[in-house]
Design a binder for this molecule. Structure first.
Ligand code: FCB
Length: 507
Protein backbone atom coordinates (compact mmCIF):
# COMPACT_ATOMS: atom_id res chain seq x y z
CA UNK A 1 0.00 0.00 0.00
CA UNK A 2 1.31 3.41 -0.86
CA UNK A 3 1.83 4.83 2.59
CA UNK A 4 2.18 8.42 1.65
CA UNK A 5 -0.94 8.45 -0.38
CA UNK A 6 -2.86 7.06 2.53
CA UNK A 7 -1.42 9.62 4.86
CA UNK A 8 -2.23 12.46 2.54
CA UNK A 9 -5.72 11.17 2.15
CA UNK A 10 -5.98 10.52 5.83
CA UNK A 11 -5.22 14.07 6.59
CA UNK A 12 -7.22 15.40 3.69
CA UNK A 13 -10.05 16.16 5.97
CA UNK A 14 -8.82 19.44 7.28
CA UNK A 15 -11.09 22.29 8.24
CA UNK A 16 -11.60 23.47 4.70
CA UNK A 17 -13.10 20.26 3.28
CA UNK A 18 -12.16 20.32 -0.36
CA UNK A 19 -13.15 16.91 -1.65
CA UNK A 20 -16.66 16.86 -3.03
CA UNK A 21 -17.82 14.10 -5.31
CA UNK A 22 -21.23 13.12 -6.57
CA UNK A 23 -22.55 9.96 -4.94
CA UNK A 24 -25.03 7.38 -6.20
CA UNK A 25 -28.01 5.45 -4.87
CA UNK A 26 -28.81 4.21 -1.37
CA UNK A 27 -25.69 2.95 0.24
CA UNK A 28 -25.88 3.36 3.95
CA UNK A 29 -28.06 2.95 6.95
CA UNK A 30 -27.14 5.68 9.36
CA UNK A 31 -28.78 5.89 12.71
CA UNK A 32 -29.26 9.63 12.73
CA UNK A 33 -31.18 10.17 15.90
CA UNK A 34 -30.49 8.23 19.06
CA UNK A 35 -33.77 6.79 20.31
CA UNK A 36 -35.09 9.11 22.96
CA UNK A 37 -35.20 7.17 26.16
CA UNK A 38 -34.83 9.95 28.66
CA UNK A 39 -37.40 12.72 28.47
CA UNK A 40 -36.24 16.33 28.80
CA UNK A 41 -35.13 18.47 30.56
CA UNK A 42 -31.48 17.58 30.04
CA UNK A 43 -29.64 19.15 32.95
CA UNK A 44 -25.88 19.60 32.94
CA UNK A 45 -23.50 19.15 35.87
CA UNK A 46 -23.13 21.92 38.42
CA UNK A 47 -20.31 24.36 37.53
CA UNK A 48 -20.51 23.48 33.85
CA UNK A 49 -18.79 26.10 31.70
CA UNK A 50 -20.90 27.68 28.96
CA UNK A 51 -18.99 29.84 26.56
CA UNK A 52 -17.89 30.65 23.07
CA UNK A 53 -14.53 30.46 21.29
CA UNK A 54 -12.63 32.86 19.03
CA UNK A 55 -9.05 33.31 17.78
CA UNK A 56 -7.00 36.51 17.54
CA UNK A 57 -6.26 36.28 13.81
CA UNK A 58 -9.95 35.91 13.09
CA UNK A 59 -11.31 38.81 15.11
CA UNK A 60 -8.46 41.25 15.83
CA UNK A 61 -6.74 43.59 13.45
CA UNK A 62 -4.08 42.33 11.08
CA UNK A 63 -0.55 41.88 12.43
CA UNK A 64 2.77 41.13 10.67
CA UNK A 65 2.30 37.37 10.85
CA UNK A 66 2.34 34.65 8.20
CA UNK A 67 -1.41 35.19 7.83
CA UNK A 68 -1.08 38.98 7.77
CA UNK A 69 1.48 38.71 4.96
CA UNK A 70 -0.74 36.27 3.08
CA UNK A 71 -3.70 38.63 3.34
CA UNK A 72 -1.55 41.49 2.00
CA UNK A 73 -0.43 39.34 -0.90
CA UNK A 74 -4.00 38.42 -1.78
CA UNK A 75 -4.83 42.14 -1.79
CA UNK A 76 -1.77 43.20 -3.73
CA UNK A 77 -2.13 40.58 -6.42
CA UNK A 78 -5.91 40.96 -6.44
CA UNK A 79 -6.32 37.28 -5.72
CA UNK A 80 -9.63 36.00 -4.59
CA UNK A 81 -11.44 32.75 -5.09
CA UNK A 82 -14.94 33.42 -6.27
CA UNK A 83 -16.11 29.85 -6.18
CA UNK A 84 -18.09 30.37 -3.04
CA UNK A 85 -18.10 28.77 0.38
CA UNK A 86 -16.61 25.32 0.70
CA UNK A 87 -14.46 25.59 -2.43
CA UNK A 88 -11.17 26.93 -1.26
CA UNK A 89 -8.57 27.60 -3.95
CA UNK A 90 -4.98 27.23 -2.70
CA UNK A 91 -3.23 30.58 -2.33
CA UNK A 92 -6.53 32.48 -2.26
CA UNK A 93 -9.02 33.75 0.27
CA UNK A 94 -12.62 33.27 -0.83
CA UNK A 95 -14.41 36.52 -1.61
CA UNK A 96 -11.74 38.52 0.23
CA UNK A 97 -11.83 41.55 -2.01
CA UNK A 98 -15.60 41.85 -1.68
CA UNK A 99 -14.93 43.46 1.71
CA UNK A 100 -13.42 46.95 2.00
CA UNK A 101 -9.79 47.36 3.14
CA UNK A 102 -10.73 48.66 6.59
CA UNK A 103 -12.67 45.47 7.35
CA UNK A 104 -9.96 43.24 5.96
CA UNK A 105 -7.53 44.91 8.34
CA UNK A 106 -9.75 45.26 11.39
CA UNK A 107 -11.72 42.01 11.06
CA UNK A 108 -14.40 42.40 13.73
CA UNK A 109 -12.75 45.36 15.44
CA UNK A 110 -12.54 43.20 18.55
CA UNK A 111 -10.11 45.42 20.42
CA UNK A 112 -12.54 48.30 20.74
CA UNK A 113 -15.46 46.02 21.60
CA UNK A 114 -14.13 43.89 24.47
CA UNK A 115 -16.17 45.57 27.15
CA UNK A 116 -19.34 45.63 25.12
CA UNK A 117 -18.91 42.05 23.85
CA UNK A 118 -18.12 40.47 27.20
CA UNK A 119 -20.87 42.35 29.02
CA UNK A 120 -23.36 41.22 26.39
CA UNK A 121 -22.10 37.61 26.57
CA UNK A 122 -22.59 37.55 30.32
CA UNK A 123 -26.02 39.15 29.97
CA UNK A 124 -26.81 36.17 27.74
CA UNK A 125 -25.84 33.73 30.47
CA UNK A 126 -22.32 32.79 29.31
CA UNK A 127 -19.78 32.19 32.04
CA UNK A 128 -16.69 31.32 29.95
CA UNK A 129 -14.75 32.48 26.91
CA UNK A 130 -11.97 30.84 24.92
CA UNK A 131 -9.69 33.12 22.90
CA UNK A 132 -6.11 33.27 21.68
CA UNK A 133 -3.34 35.74 22.39
CA UNK A 134 -1.38 36.74 19.34
CA UNK A 135 2.30 35.87 19.54
CA UNK A 136 2.95 38.23 16.62
CA UNK A 137 1.16 41.12 18.19
CA UNK A 138 3.28 40.83 21.32
CA UNK A 139 6.54 40.10 19.47
CA UNK A 140 6.15 41.61 15.99
CA UNK A 141 9.89 41.84 15.26
CA UNK A 142 12.69 39.31 15.29
CA UNK A 143 14.95 39.35 18.35
CA UNK A 144 12.58 41.29 20.63
CA UNK A 145 13.31 40.49 24.24
CA UNK A 146 10.45 42.49 25.68
CA UNK A 147 7.04 42.63 24.09
CA UNK A 148 5.43 45.55 22.37
CA UNK A 149 3.99 47.78 25.14
CA UNK A 150 0.90 48.71 23.15
CA UNK A 151 0.05 45.05 22.64
CA UNK A 152 0.53 44.38 26.34
CA UNK A 153 -1.79 47.24 27.14
CA UNK A 154 -4.39 45.91 24.71
CA UNK A 155 -4.35 42.49 26.33
CA UNK A 156 -4.30 43.98 29.84
CA UNK A 157 -7.53 45.66 28.74
CA UNK A 158 -8.93 42.39 27.44
CA UNK A 159 -8.27 40.61 30.74
CA UNK A 160 -9.70 43.52 32.71
CA UNK A 161 -12.87 43.42 30.61
CA UNK A 162 -13.18 39.66 31.08
CA UNK A 163 -12.74 40.00 34.79
CA UNK A 164 -15.21 42.79 35.26
CA UNK A 165 -17.77 41.01 33.09
CA UNK A 166 -17.20 37.76 34.98
CA UNK A 167 -16.15 35.41 32.18
CA UNK A 168 -13.84 32.51 32.93
CA UNK A 169 -10.97 32.65 30.41
CA UNK A 170 -9.50 29.74 28.47
CA UNK A 171 -6.39 30.94 26.66
CA UNK A 172 -5.09 29.44 23.42
CA UNK A 173 -1.39 30.01 22.83
CA UNK A 174 -1.06 28.87 19.22
CA UNK A 175 -4.02 29.18 16.90
CA UNK A 176 -2.59 28.74 13.37
CA UNK A 177 -0.76 32.07 13.13
CA UNK A 178 2.94 32.81 13.77
CA UNK A 179 5.15 35.88 13.35
CA UNK A 180 6.40 36.61 9.82
CA UNK A 181 9.97 36.82 11.15
CA UNK A 182 9.86 33.14 12.10
CA UNK A 183 9.59 32.44 8.39
CA UNK A 184 12.95 33.95 7.59
CA UNK A 185 15.29 31.16 6.68
CA UNK A 186 17.67 29.92 9.35
CA UNK A 187 20.08 27.09 8.57
CA UNK A 188 17.95 26.17 5.60
CA UNK A 189 14.75 25.92 7.65
CA UNK A 190 11.77 28.22 8.11
CA UNK A 191 8.93 28.55 10.57
CA UNK A 192 8.05 25.54 12.69
CA UNK A 193 10.78 23.47 11.07
CA UNK A 194 13.50 25.74 12.48
CA UNK A 195 15.51 24.30 15.34
CA UNK A 196 14.95 27.48 17.37
CA UNK A 197 11.16 27.64 16.83
CA UNK A 198 10.43 26.03 20.19
CA UNK A 199 12.75 28.48 21.97
CA UNK A 200 11.03 31.46 20.38
CA UNK A 201 7.57 30.19 21.20
CA UNK A 202 8.66 29.51 24.75
CA UNK A 203 9.82 33.10 25.08
CA UNK A 204 6.31 34.29 24.19
CA UNK A 205 4.67 31.75 26.52
CA UNK A 206 6.95 32.76 29.38
CA UNK A 207 5.83 36.34 29.09
CA UNK A 208 2.15 35.43 28.84
CA UNK A 209 2.29 33.18 31.89
CA UNK A 210 4.16 35.77 33.95
CA UNK A 211 1.87 38.59 33.00
CA UNK A 212 -1.58 37.00 32.93
CA UNK A 213 -1.10 33.51 34.36
CA UNK A 214 -2.77 34.39 37.64
CA UNK A 215 -6.00 35.11 35.84
CA UNK A 216 -6.13 31.91 33.81
CA UNK A 217 -7.04 28.42 35.04
CA UNK A 218 -7.48 26.76 31.63
CA UNK A 219 -5.02 26.74 28.76
CA UNK A 220 -5.00 25.35 25.24
CA UNK A 221 -1.39 25.21 24.11
CA UNK A 222 -2.13 24.31 20.48
CA UNK A 223 -5.20 24.55 18.33
CA UNK A 224 -5.73 21.73 15.83
CA UNK A 225 -2.10 20.86 15.14
CA UNK A 226 -3.07 18.27 12.51
CA UNK A 227 -5.15 20.78 10.57
CA UNK A 228 -2.30 23.27 10.79
CA UNK A 229 0.31 20.80 9.57
CA UNK A 230 -1.86 19.28 6.90
CA UNK A 231 -3.24 22.52 5.47
CA UNK A 232 0.13 24.26 5.62
CA UNK A 233 2.56 21.54 4.58
CA UNK A 234 0.72 19.00 2.48
CA UNK A 235 -2.31 20.67 0.99
CA UNK A 236 -0.93 24.20 0.53
CA UNK A 237 -4.09 25.94 1.73
CA UNK A 238 -2.64 27.79 4.72
CA UNK A 239 0.75 29.47 5.15
CA UNK A 240 3.44 28.29 4.47
CA UNK A 241 1.58 26.86 1.42
CA UNK A 242 3.82 23.86 1.07
CA UNK A 243 2.84 20.73 -0.80
CA UNK A 244 5.60 18.44 0.39
CA UNK A 245 5.76 15.01 -1.11
CA UNK A 246 6.95 13.01 1.91
CA UNK A 247 5.80 12.85 5.51
CA UNK A 248 9.16 14.14 6.85
CA UNK A 249 8.11 17.79 7.02
CA UNK A 250 4.95 16.78 8.76
CA UNK A 251 7.00 14.78 11.25
CA UNK A 252 9.33 17.70 11.97
CA UNK A 253 6.53 20.23 12.35
CA UNK A 254 4.46 17.99 14.60
CA UNK A 255 7.51 17.14 16.66
CA UNK A 256 8.33 20.80 17.21
CA UNK A 257 4.72 21.58 18.08
CA UNK A 258 4.78 18.78 20.63
CA UNK A 259 8.04 20.05 22.11
CA UNK A 260 6.54 23.53 22.29
CA UNK A 261 3.52 22.05 24.03
CA UNK A 262 5.70 20.28 26.62
CA UNK A 263 7.58 23.50 27.40
CA UNK A 264 4.34 25.44 27.80
CA UNK A 265 2.79 22.66 29.88
CA UNK A 266 5.69 22.69 32.32
CA UNK A 267 5.88 26.46 32.49
CA UNK A 268 2.18 26.85 33.22
CA UNK A 269 2.22 24.17 35.89
CA UNK A 270 5.35 25.56 37.54
CA UNK A 271 3.70 28.98 37.79
CA UNK A 272 0.48 27.49 39.13
CA UNK A 273 2.40 25.53 41.77
CA UNK A 274 4.14 28.70 42.90
CA UNK A 275 0.78 30.43 43.22
CA UNK A 276 -0.80 27.42 44.88
CA UNK A 277 -3.59 27.24 42.33
CA UNK A 278 -4.94 24.49 40.12
CA UNK A 279 -4.59 24.68 36.38
CA UNK A 280 -5.60 22.58 33.39
CA UNK A 281 -3.57 22.42 30.20
CA UNK A 282 -4.54 20.64 26.99
CA UNK A 283 -4.68 20.76 23.22
CA UNK A 284 -7.74 21.43 21.04
CA UNK A 285 -8.07 18.66 18.46
CA UNK A 286 -10.09 18.88 15.27
CA UNK A 287 -12.38 15.88 15.23
CA UNK A 288 -15.02 14.57 12.84
CA UNK A 289 -16.96 11.39 12.71
CA UNK A 290 -15.55 9.33 9.86
CA UNK A 291 -18.08 7.07 8.21
CA UNK A 292 -17.79 4.56 5.38
CA UNK A 293 -19.54 6.01 2.35
CA UNK A 294 -21.14 2.63 1.59
CA UNK A 295 -22.07 0.06 4.20
CA UNK A 296 -21.47 -2.75 1.76
CA UNK A 297 -17.88 -1.75 0.98
CA UNK A 298 -15.55 -3.23 3.62
CA UNK A 299 -12.68 -1.15 2.27
CA UNK A 300 -14.63 2.05 3.01
CA UNK A 301 -14.81 0.91 6.62
CA UNK A 302 -11.13 0.08 6.83
CA UNK A 303 -10.20 3.43 5.35
CA UNK A 304 -12.60 5.31 7.65
CA UNK A 305 -10.94 3.75 10.68
CA UNK A 306 -7.45 4.50 9.44
CA UNK A 307 -8.31 8.09 8.68
CA UNK A 308 -9.84 8.58 12.11
CA UNK A 309 -6.71 7.16 13.72
CA UNK A 310 -4.39 9.39 11.71
CA UNK A 311 -6.39 12.54 11.91
CA UNK A 312 -7.90 12.42 15.37
CA UNK A 313 -5.91 10.05 17.54
CA UNK A 314 -2.27 10.09 16.41
CA UNK A 315 -1.52 13.44 18.04
CA UNK A 316 -3.57 12.75 21.16
CA UNK A 317 -1.94 9.34 21.51
CA UNK A 318 1.42 11.10 21.41
CA UNK A 319 0.40 13.37 24.31
CA UNK A 320 -0.61 10.29 26.21
CA UNK A 321 2.28 7.95 25.47
CA UNK A 322 5.14 10.36 24.73
CA UNK A 323 5.66 8.64 21.35
CA UNK A 324 4.79 10.45 18.14
CA UNK A 325 3.81 7.78 15.64
CA UNK A 326 2.26 8.98 12.42
CA UNK A 327 -0.02 6.34 10.96
CA UNK A 328 1.00 4.77 7.69
CA UNK A 329 4.47 6.25 7.82
CA UNK A 330 7.73 5.13 9.40
CA UNK A 331 7.73 8.18 11.65
CA UNK A 332 8.25 7.34 15.27
CA UNK A 333 9.79 9.89 17.62
CA UNK A 334 10.08 9.81 21.37
CA UNK A 335 9.57 13.26 22.86
CA UNK A 336 11.01 13.80 26.33
CA UNK A 337 8.47 14.62 29.06
CA UNK A 338 5.56 14.44 26.66
CA UNK A 339 3.85 11.41 28.17
CA UNK A 340 0.79 12.37 30.19
CA UNK A 341 1.05 16.07 29.37
CA UNK A 342 -2.65 16.70 28.87
CA UNK A 343 -4.90 17.46 31.81
CA UNK A 344 -8.00 17.50 29.65
CA UNK A 345 -8.89 16.52 26.11
CA UNK A 346 -10.02 19.46 23.98
CA UNK A 347 -12.53 18.42 21.34
CA UNK A 348 -13.33 20.64 18.36
CA UNK A 349 -16.17 18.98 16.49
CA UNK A 350 -17.79 20.05 13.22
CA UNK A 351 -19.60 17.04 11.78
CA UNK A 352 -19.13 14.00 9.64
CA UNK A 353 -16.94 13.01 6.70
CA UNK A 354 -17.42 10.02 4.43
CA UNK A 355 -14.63 7.84 3.17
CA UNK A 356 -15.01 6.29 -0.24
CA UNK A 357 -12.46 3.73 -1.38
CA UNK A 358 -11.74 2.37 -4.82
CA UNK A 359 -11.20 -1.39 -5.06
CA UNK A 360 -9.25 -1.05 -8.25
CA UNK A 361 -6.93 1.49 -6.65
CA UNK A 362 -6.89 0.50 -2.98
CA UNK A 363 -4.41 3.19 -1.98
CA UNK A 364 -6.63 5.96 -3.28
CA UNK A 365 -9.75 7.15 -1.64
CA UNK A 366 -11.92 10.21 -1.42
CA UNK A 367 -13.09 12.21 1.53
CA UNK A 368 -16.57 13.62 1.11
CA UNK A 369 -17.78 16.35 3.46
CA UNK A 370 -21.40 15.36 2.76
CA UNK A 371 -23.51 13.01 0.70
CA UNK A 372 -25.04 15.12 -2.06
CA UNK A 373 -27.67 12.53 -2.83
CA UNK A 374 -28.96 12.09 0.67
CA UNK A 375 -32.12 14.21 0.94
CA UNK A 376 -32.21 13.88 4.73
CA UNK A 377 -28.72 15.10 5.36
CA UNK A 378 -28.35 18.55 6.90
CA UNK A 379 -25.30 20.51 5.82
CA UNK A 380 -23.70 23.82 6.75
CA UNK A 381 -23.13 26.70 4.33
CA UNK A 382 -19.68 25.20 3.74
CA UNK A 383 -21.21 21.89 2.76
CA UNK A 384 -20.12 20.07 5.93
CA UNK A 385 -22.56 17.33 6.95
CA UNK A 386 -24.08 17.81 10.40
CA UNK A 387 -23.91 14.79 12.72
CA UNK A 388 -24.69 15.32 16.42
CA UNK A 389 -24.42 11.60 17.21
CA UNK A 390 -20.87 11.63 15.93
CA UNK A 391 -20.00 14.00 18.77
CA UNK A 392 -21.35 11.52 21.28
CA UNK A 393 -19.11 8.81 19.84
CA UNK A 394 -16.02 10.99 19.80
CA UNK A 395 -16.58 12.03 23.41
CA UNK A 396 -16.99 8.44 24.56
CA UNK A 397 -13.94 7.28 22.62
CA UNK A 398 -11.73 10.13 23.86
CA UNK A 399 -12.80 9.56 27.44
CA UNK A 400 -12.21 5.79 27.34
CA UNK A 401 -8.90 6.21 25.61
CA UNK A 402 -7.35 8.84 27.86
CA UNK A 403 -9.38 8.80 31.08
CA UNK A 404 -9.32 12.57 31.24
CA UNK A 405 -12.01 15.22 31.57
CA UNK A 406 -13.10 16.83 28.33
CA UNK A 407 -13.87 20.33 27.18
CA UNK A 408 -15.70 20.84 23.91
CA UNK A 409 -13.36 23.60 22.84
CA UNK A 410 -15.23 24.30 19.58
CA UNK A 411 -18.49 23.26 17.98
CA UNK A 412 -20.41 25.37 15.50
CA UNK A 413 -21.89 25.91 12.10
CA UNK A 414 -21.53 28.20 9.10
CA UNK A 415 -25.15 29.30 8.74
CA UNK A 416 -25.68 32.84 7.48
CA UNK A 417 -29.47 32.63 7.64
CA UNK A 418 -29.41 31.04 11.10
CA UNK A 419 -31.98 28.52 9.93
CA UNK A 420 -30.15 25.50 11.38
CA UNK A 421 -27.99 26.81 14.22
CA UNK A 422 -30.56 26.48 17.02
CA UNK A 423 -31.24 22.83 16.16
CA UNK A 424 -27.52 22.27 15.73
CA UNK A 425 -26.80 23.58 19.22
CA UNK A 426 -29.65 21.77 20.93
CA UNK A 427 -28.88 18.44 19.27
CA UNK A 428 -25.14 18.60 19.88
CA UNK A 429 -25.75 19.44 23.49
CA UNK A 430 -28.19 16.57 23.77
CA UNK A 431 -25.44 14.31 22.37
CA UNK A 432 -23.08 15.76 24.97
CA UNK A 433 -25.61 15.12 27.71
CA UNK A 434 -25.89 11.51 26.50
CA UNK A 435 -22.12 11.17 26.77
CA UNK A 436 -22.23 12.55 30.31
CA UNK A 437 -24.88 9.93 31.19
CA UNK A 438 -22.48 7.34 29.76
CA UNK A 439 -19.84 8.42 32.27
CA UNK A 440 -17.86 10.94 30.21
CA UNK A 441 -16.70 13.88 32.28
CA UNK A 442 -17.48 16.89 30.08
CA UNK A 443 -16.72 20.11 31.93
CA UNK A 444 -17.59 22.78 29.44
CA UNK A 445 -18.82 23.75 25.99
CA UNK A 446 -17.43 26.62 23.89
CA UNK A 447 -19.54 27.41 20.88
CA UNK A 448 -17.68 28.47 17.74
CA UNK A 449 -18.18 31.34 17.58
CA UNK A 450 -19.33 34.33 19.58
CA UNK A 451 -19.57 36.42 16.44
CA UNK A 452 -19.01 36.27 12.68
CA UNK A 453 -15.33 36.50 11.84
CA UNK A 454 -12.56 35.91 9.34
CA UNK A 455 -12.75 32.22 8.49
CA UNK A 456 -9.17 31.75 7.21
CA UNK A 457 -9.07 30.78 3.51
CA UNK A 458 -12.88 30.88 3.47
CA UNK A 459 -12.74 34.63 4.13
CA UNK A 460 -15.61 36.56 5.67
CA UNK A 461 -18.37 34.69 3.83
CA UNK A 462 -18.67 31.75 6.23
CA UNK A 463 -20.84 33.07 9.06
CA UNK A 464 -20.22 31.12 12.26
CA UNK A 465 -21.43 33.75 14.75
CA UNK A 466 -24.11 33.55 17.37
CA UNK A 467 -24.01 37.24 16.67
CA UNK A 468 -24.05 38.62 13.17
CA UNK A 469 -21.44 41.30 12.51
CA UNK A 470 -22.87 44.03 10.30
CA UNK A 471 -19.80 44.97 8.28
CA UNK A 472 -21.70 47.84 6.66
CA UNK A 473 -22.60 49.45 9.96
CA UNK A 474 -19.52 49.98 12.05
CA UNK A 475 -19.13 46.32 13.07
CA UNK A 476 -22.48 46.34 14.83
CA UNK A 477 -23.20 43.07 16.69
CA UNK A 478 -26.68 41.69 16.14
CA UNK A 479 -27.60 38.58 18.14
CA UNK A 480 -29.15 35.92 15.92
CA UNK A 481 -32.18 33.94 17.11
CA UNK A 482 -29.85 31.02 17.92
CA UNK A 483 -27.99 33.30 20.37
CA UNK A 484 -31.24 33.54 22.32
CA UNK A 485 -31.62 29.75 22.31
CA UNK A 486 -28.04 29.29 23.51
CA UNK A 487 -28.62 31.92 26.14
CA UNK A 488 -31.62 30.02 27.48
CA UNK A 489 -29.52 26.84 27.69
CA UNK A 490 -26.72 28.64 29.55
CA UNK A 491 -29.15 30.18 32.04
CA UNK A 492 -31.01 26.92 32.61
CA UNK A 493 -27.79 24.91 32.72
CA UNK A 494 -29.43 22.53 30.29
CA UNK A 495 -32.03 21.92 27.61
CA UNK A 496 -35.59 22.56 28.70
CA UNK A 497 -38.52 20.48 27.50
CA UNK A 498 -39.70 23.49 25.50
CA UNK A 499 -36.39 23.85 23.65
CA UNK A 500 -36.20 20.13 23.00
CA UNK A 501 -39.72 20.21 21.62
CA UNK A 502 -38.80 23.03 19.23
CA UNK A 503 -35.28 22.06 18.20
CA UNK A 504 -34.78 18.38 19.03
CA UNK A 505 -35.58 17.42 15.44
CA UNK A 506 -34.86 19.00 12.11
CA UNK A 507 -37.50 20.99 10.29
C1 FCB B 1 -11.71 25.27 13.29
C2 FCB B 1 -10.71 26.34 13.69
C3 FCB B 1 -11.37 27.68 13.95
C4 FCB B 1 -12.46 27.97 12.97
C5 FCB B 1 -13.43 26.83 12.88
C6 FCB B 1 -14.60 27.05 11.97
O1 FCB B 1 -11.08 24.27 12.56
O2 FCB B 1 -10.04 25.96 14.85
O3 FCB B 1 -10.35 28.66 13.95
O4 FCB B 1 -11.90 28.28 11.75
O5 FCB B 1 -12.74 25.68 12.45
Amino acid sequence: MNRRRLLVGALGVAAAGVFVLPGSGTRRRVERVKPIIEPPPYRFPKDFLWGTATAAAQIERRVPSDWGRFEERVERDQLTATKGPGNVVPGNISGYLDYPPSIRVRKTDAETHYDEDFTAAVAQGHNAYRFSLSWTRLFPNAGMKVPNPEAVETYDGLFASLESAGLDPMVTLFHFESPAWLWEEKEGQRGWEREDAVEHFDHFVKFVVQRWGRKVRRWTTLNEPMVYAYNGYLQGLFPPFETRSGPEALGKVLENLLRAHVRAYKRIHAAAREQGVRTEVGVATHTRSFLPFRDHAPLDRVVAEKVEQAFVWDFLDALDSGHLRISNTEIHRIIPDLAGSQDYVGINYYGRFYLKSDLLHPTKFEVLPSDPEDPLEQVSDLGWAIDPQGLHQILVRASRRYQRPIYITENGLADATDSRRSSFIVQHLRATWDAIQDGVEVRGYYHWSLLDNFEWAEGFGARFGLWEVDYTDNYRRIPRPSAVVYSEICRENGISAGLWERFGRWG
